[in-house]
Design a protein around this ligand. Structure first.
Ligand code: 5U1
Length: 691
C-alpha cells in the first residue's frame, strides 16, 4: 500500500481499534459470502461500502494492522514483469464432448460396462460456463497460489490477479479448514458486465472482447493487477484437484456443497440426476433457460457422482472416463460472405443484409444475417468474399460478428450503399449526423408500405390477431391492400381465395379486424409508425392532445412541451403529418370506425387523478381494459397490473378473478362499473375526485 507509515508503535494501538478492525473484517467477509456464495445479501450496498471505508480508514491510520487477507486488499498491486510458470501437481484434465442424445447414451453404456453396473448411474450435473479454468491452492486456509490451466500440465501464476476477484475467498470459512486444498473452477464475466466493459473499452479506444471467455482470459493475463481489479470478473467452482488433512464427502455433489460451506460460489443449477434419461431431461431444461441466464454457457457437464466409482473408471488420454460435456449447438460458426443486399425498413432505413454460404448455427440452417449498418461494416472491416464469424443466440437475428482476417485472400471490396432504393428506385440519402441511410420514397415505396402495415397490426399497436408478416406480404402482392386504411375493406371472398386461407380463418381475421377498431389513442398513434415514436412517446402524446386531429397542424414548439419529445422527434411528427397521404390514411381509418375513448376535446387533459394507482380486472362495459387504463392515465393516474397495499382502488368489471380476493384481503377499495363511470365523470375537468 502506498501510504505513510504510522508512527504509532503496535503496542500502543488501542485494543478497541484492533477489535474494531477484526470485527469489520469478519463482518465484511460474512457479507461477501452472503452476497457471492449464498446469493442472499443481508445489507445494502451502501451499508457495505460504509463498513468498507471505515476499515480502509483504520488501516490507513495503522498500516501495521493491514493483513494480506483483509477485504481491502483486493485492489491489485504494482505491475509484474511476467507470469511465473506453475506445474500442476495433479493435471488439469479436459472433458470429452457429446453432441447428441445417442452420444450421451453411449457414454453411459460404456461407463456401466466398465464398472459392471446394471443399475442406473447417478450423476452430478451443472451448466458449463464459458470462461477460463483456474486452479486455486489454499494452505492452512489461505489462498497461496492461483494458476491458469495452460496446457493442463503447467499454467501461469496469476495469484495477484485472482486476489482481486471478490467472489474468490482469500481465506476459507469454518474452524476445521484443510491443511491443503486445490479448488478448480471457472472465472467468467456475466453478459451485462461484459457489455458494460465493452462500452467503456470502445469509448477509450481499447480492444473489445468478443465473448466472456476472451474477456476473462484477457483480464487475467494482465501484468497490472490493478486493471484486473477493475474488471467485473466472477468465479464458480466445479471440483477439487487435491486435498490434504480433510475427509472429503464421498460424492461429487456433496463435495460441491462442502466447497460452498467453506466459501466458494457453486452453481445454483447443480442437480443430481438419477439416470442418463434424467441427464438428458436436465440438458433440455437448461438449454431452454439458456437465454434467460445472466451468463453464457455452452453446454452441461455430467460427472459420475460417486467419487469411488470415478477412481475405478479412470482416464483415457487426457480426459476422465467419468465425465462428459454435453454441448449445446454452436452459437458461433464460420462461413463465407457471398454478397450484401439492402433491406428497406418501415422508416425507409436501408439495412445491409449478409448473404452467406448456408451453415448450421444454434441448431438451424442460416443463409442471411444482419450487418446492422454501414458504420458497423466499416468498423468490423467486413468485405464481400470474406470468411466471417456468424453468431446466432436464441431467437435473436443472426449477426456477422467479424471477418476472419487470417483467411482473407487477395483484394476484397467493402460493400457499398446503393444511391437508389433497391425496391422503388427513389433516392437514398443519409441525414447529417445520422448513421442510417434512408429511401426518400415514403409510402410510395412498396417495402415501406409493407412494413408500415406489419407494424400497424403488431401486438403493441392494433394487435390484429392472425395478420402476420406472411399474410401482409400476400395481401400486398395480390394487390388487395395498399395501405392500412384498406385493411377494413377486405371481404370474406377476397380472403378465402388466398393461399392456405380456409373460410374459417378468413372469418377469424375479419373478426380480429373488427375488434381492432376499438383501441386507445396511444396505441393508434404508436400504430402509425412515426419515426422514433415508440409506445412511451405515443402515450405521452395521447395524454397531451387527447385526440388525433390536433396533431395534424400542431407546431414543433408545442410538440416539444410533451414529455419525451425533443426537437428530432417533434420534427419527425411534423414531417409525418405534413404528408397529405398520411393524413388521408388517418382520416380513412377513423371513417372506417377505428375509435378510442373520447376525453377532454383538446389541449391537455386535467391531471385530476394524479397520485392514484388503479388496477383493472374483469371485463368492463363498452370498453377494453386497455381503453379504461388509457382514460385513467389521461387523468394522471397510474395503472398497475397487480394489487398491493399501495393500490388506490381495484376497478372490478365482470369476472374480476383472483385480484378481487386480493384487494379484499388487503382492504383496498373496490369500484364496480357504475363507480368507474362516476369516477371518470367526476375526475373530468371540473368534476369531483373522491378516490
Ligand atoms: N462445470 C464444469 N466445467 N468443467 C470443466 N465442470 C467441469 N469439470 C471439468 C472441466 C474441465 O473437469 C473435470 C471433470 C476434471
Amino acid at each position: 500500500m502506498s501510504i505513510a507509515k504510522s508512527t504509532v508503535p503496535r503496542s500502543i494501538i488501542p485494543k478497541s481499534t484492533i477489535a474494531e478492525i477484526d470485527q469489520l473484517r469478519d463482518e465484511l467477509e460474512l457479507h461477501n459470502y452472503q452476497y457471492h456464495v449464498l446469493d442472499a445479501p443481508q445489507i445494502t450496498d451502501q451499508a457495505y461500502d460504509r463498513m468498507f471505508r471505515r476499515l480502509q480508514d483504520l488501516e490507513q491510520e495503522f498500516p501495521q494492522l493491514v493483513s494480506p487477507d483483509s477485504p481491502t486488499q483486493r485492489v491489485g498491486s504494482a505491475p509484474a514483469s511476467h507470469f511465473e510458470p506453475v506445474v500442476h501437481e495433479v493435471a488439469m484434465l479436459s472433458l470429452a464432448n457429446a453432441f447428441d442424445d445417442n452420444e450421451m447414451l453411449d457414454f453411459d453404456r460404456k461407463l456401466r460396462e466398465r464398472l459392471e453396473q446394471d443399475d442406473d448411474l447417478v450423476y452430478c450435473a451443472e451448466p458449463k460456463l464459458d470462461g477460463l479454468a483456474v486452479s486455486l491452492l489454499y494452505e492452512a486456509g489461505e489462498l497461496v497460489r492461483a494458476a491458469t490451466r495452460g496446457d493442463g500440465r503447467s499454467g501461469e501464476n496469476i495469484t495477484a490477479n485472482v486476489r482481486t476477484i471478490k467472489s474468490i475467498p482469500l481465506s476459507l470459512r469454518g474452524d476445521a479448514v484443510p491443511r491443503r486444498i486445490e479448488v478448480r473452477g471457472e472465472v467468467y464475466m456475466e453478459i451485462e458486465a461484459l457489455a458494460k466493459l465493452n462500452r467503456a473499452q470502445l469509448k477509450a479506444g481499447a480492444k473489445v472482447f468478443a465473448n466472456p471467455r476472451n474477456a476473462a482470459a484477457g483480464s487475467l493475463r494482465l501484468l497490472d493487477s490493478r486493471i484486473t481489479a477493475s474488471r467485473p470478473l466472477t468465479f464458480c467452482c466445479y471440483g477439487i484437484g487435491q486435498s490434504d488433512g480433510v475427509d472429503l464427502p464421498p460424492s461429487q455433489y456433496e463435495q460441491m456443497l462442502y466447497l460452498r460451506d467453506i466459501g466458494f460460489p457453486t452453481s445454483r443449477l447443480m442437480e443430481q440426476p438419477g439416470s442418463i434419461g434424467d441427464c438428458v431431461e436436465y440438458y433440455q431444461r437448461i438449454m431452454a433457460m439458456r437465454e434467460q441466464l445472466a451468463f453464457d454457457i455452452d453446454g452441461v457437464v455430467f460427472k459420475l457422482d460417486e467419487v469411488a466409482l470415478q477412481r475405478e473408471a479412470g482416464f483415457v488420454s487426457r480426459a476422465p472416463r467419468w465425465a462428459i460435456a454435453y454441448k449445446f449447438p454452436a452459437q458461433e460458426v464460420m462461413t463465407r460472405l457471398l454478397d450484401v443486399d439492402f433491406q428497406v425498413g418501415r422508416t425507409g432505413a436501408l439495412t445491409p443484409v449478409a448473404r452467406l454460404e448456408p451453415v448450421a448455427v444454434g441448431g438451424v440452417m442460416v443463409s442471411n444475417a444482419t450487418l446492422h449498418n454501414m458504420d458497423e461494416i466499416e468498423r468490423k472491416d467486413v468485405r464481400i468474399g470474406d470468411v466471417v464469424i456468424l453468431r446466432r443466440a436464441g431467437d435473436v437475428i443472426p449477426e456477422v460478428v467479424a471477418p476472419v482476417l487470417q483467411q482473407r485472400v487477395g483484394e476484397l471490396e467493402l460493400p457499398k450503399m446503393p444511391s437508389n432504393c433497391p425496391v422503388c428506385g427513389s433516392e437514398v440519402l443519409q441525414q447529417s449526423g445520422q448513421t442510417a441511410y434512408r429511401c426518400v420514397g415514403g409510402l410510395f415505396c412498396a417495402a415501406q408500405r409493407k412494413e408500415a402495415i406489419k407494424h400497424y397490426a403488431s401486438r403493441k399497436a392494433l394487435d390484429i390477431e392472425g395478420l402476420g408478416d406472411k399474410l401482409v406480404e400476400q395481401l400486398i402482392e395480390q394487390g388487395l391492400i395498399d395501405s392500412v386504411a384498406d385493411l377494413y375493406g377486405l371481404t370474406l371472398e377476397q380472403l378465402s381465395e388466398l393461399d392456405r386461407m380456409a373460410e374459417k380463418s378468413a372469418q377469424n381475421l375479419l373478426d380480429a379486424l373488427d375488434k381492432s377498431r376499438a383501441t386507445t389513442l396511444a396505441r393508434f398513434i404508436y400504430a402509425l409508425g412515426i419515426r422514433e415514436v415508440g409506445e412511451a412517446t405515443a402515450e405521452a402524446l395521447a395524454q397531451y392532445f387527447a385526440d388525433i386531429t390536433p396533431l395534424f397542424d400542431v407546431d414543433v414548439e408545442t410538440l416539444q412541451r410533451v414529455e419525451d419529445v425533443g426537437p428530432v422527434v417533434a420534427d419527425n411528427i411534423r414531417h409525418f403529418f405534413d404528408q397529405r397521404e398520411n393524413r388521408d390514411i388517418v382520416e380513412r381509418l377513423m371513417q372506417q370506425g377505428v375509435n378510442w375513448p373520447q376525453s377532454d376535446a383538446s389541449g391537455q387533459q386535467e391531471q385530476t387523478l394524479i397520485g392514484n394507482t388503479y388496477v383493472i380486472s374483469g371485463s368492463l362495459e363498452g370498453m377494453s381494459r386497455d381503453q379504461a387504463a388509457s382514460l385513467l392515465k389521461a387523468r394522471g393516474a397510474r395503472v398497475s397490473g397487480s394489487v398491493s397495499a399501495k393500490t388506490t382502488a381495484l376497478i372490478a368489471g365482470e369476472s374480476p378473478g383472483s385480484k378481487l380476493a386480493k384487494a379484499e384481503a388487503l382492504g383496498v377499495a373496490i369500484i364496480d362499473q357504475a363507480g368507474f363511470d362516476r369516477l371518470l365523470a367526476d375526475s373530468a375537468p371540473g368534476g369531483r375526485n373522491d378516490i
